[in-house]
Design a protein around this ligand. Structure first.
Ligand SMILES: [Zn+2]
Length: 157
């Protein structure tokens, strides 16, 4: 399992760099993605972003309806005006939970773990996970956006 960095850590606040298709398809990177997925599962998370384990590259794992999937260079290219209040926690901000406004529906463009470009709509819970993880890639934590803190939340993203 990879070590999860927690706030305050300077590198959690940096913008992570883009990955090339060549980098994504190397055996070393594929092994890294498997470690990232394992780290998320063992930590009881439903999403994780690479900067949380000290690698400032644009790679995330999202627990999708069919299981954990990896996305590189993820971008939100469309978002609904409709927003929802989301109760969130974060593996990098232990024992804190807060309410964040998130778009209900988004369109995502990314590279999958085979280095192929994918584009799809995400709604409900996966949409929230994508917004939380992409924030990590830009050095943003949910505590920056929280409307209010709460006692606890169901999900660590
Ligand atoms: Zn997080």
């Amino acid at each position: 399992m990879l070590k999860i960095l927690t706030e305050p850590t300077a590198s959690l606040r940096e913008r992570s760099r883009e990955l090339s298709v060549e980098e994504v398809t190397t055996p070393e990177f594929q092994t890294y993605l498997d470690q990232l997925i394992q780290t998320m599962i063992v930590s009881d998370g439903v999403g994780i972003a690479s900067p949380q384990v000290g690698k400032n590259i644009r790679a995330i794992v999202v627990n999708m309806p069919k299981g954990p999937e990896c996305f590189m260079n993820p971008e939100i290219i469309k978002k609904s005006n409709d927003e929802t209040e989301s109760e969130e926690g974060c593996l990098s901000v232990p024992k804190k939970f807060g309410v964040v406004m998130r778009h209900k529906k988004i369109r995502v463009r990314a590279l999958n773990r085979h280095g192929r470009r994918v584009e799809f709509d995400a709604k409900q819970f996966p949409a929230i996970i994508f917004q939380h993880e992409i924030d990590h890639l830009d050095g943003i934590l949910f505590i920056d956006k929280a409307l209010r803190m709460v006692e606890r939340a169901k999900n660590n993203i």
